[in-house]
Ligand binder design. Structure first.
Ligand SMILES: [Cu+2]
Length: 199
């Protein structure tokens, strides 16, 4: 089983040693029955595809971190509190980082960052929603997940669970503006974005 967020990518190797006709699909019965799945048919096999519900499963990024020495220390820490204003904009939820929703009119807020510095973005999710966090033009290292320091987990999208804390570090090595946002379209449309500006 895999847990994959919006814009996240996973490469997986599968040992094909169970001949038959199977459903590869979403764990949610509703989503799967409405199309989120496909059929894997072994050569020479036929019949109706079978779905067998797997045992309960919890994805944990920490399984993919490298053991041992902690991540490098950041030069700066940016604390970001994720909050939701229920139905605040004509019935749609508004999303804020440190109390401020991103404005499409002013393109703000903008955070200034310095070339070559290592920054830690420290998230606290004060909502029950999962947010696929994405930083454009950078690879970041996840350095803390729900109480556990991590290192060697390099990504550009990471899922922040409901009421979870997570840190990631990146080096300011891209000039100009870089967008940080939640990759859930409705969340970014309603405030969950911030611009980083490197001179
Ligand atoms: Cu979100």
């Amino acid at each position: 089983m895999l847990w994959i967020g919006t814009a996240e990518r996973v490469s997986a190797l599968v040992e094909m040693d169970r001949p038959g006709v199977w459903v590869l699909g979403d764990l949610s019965d509703d989503d799967r029955k409405n199309g989120m799945g496909t059929v894997v048919e072994y050569a020479g096999r036929s019949g109706s595809p079978r779905w067998i519900a797997p045992p309960h499963f919890t994805w944990d990024y920490r399984d993919f971190a490298r053991p041992g020495s902690p991540a490098a220390r950041p030069d700066h820490v940016i604390d970001l509190l994720v909050e939701k204003r229920n139905a605040a904009d004509r019935g749609f939820n508004v999303w804020t980082l440190n109390g401020v929703p991103f404005s499409m009119d002013t393109n703000k807020p903008v955070l200034d960052i310095d070339r070559g510095r290592r920054y830690r973005m420290r998230f606290r999710n004060a909502t029950d929603d999962i947010h696929p966090l994405h930083l454009h033009r950078h690879t970041f290292e996840v350095t803390h997940i729900a109480g556990t320091p991590t290192h060697g987990l390099d990504k550009d999208v990471v899922m922040l669970g409901g009421y979870q804390a997570l840190d990631f570090d990146f080096t300011a090595d891209q000039p100009g503006l870089s967008l940080f946002h939640c990759h859930q379209q409705l969340h970014m449309d309603y405030g969950f974005m911030i611009l980083l500006r490197r001179s």
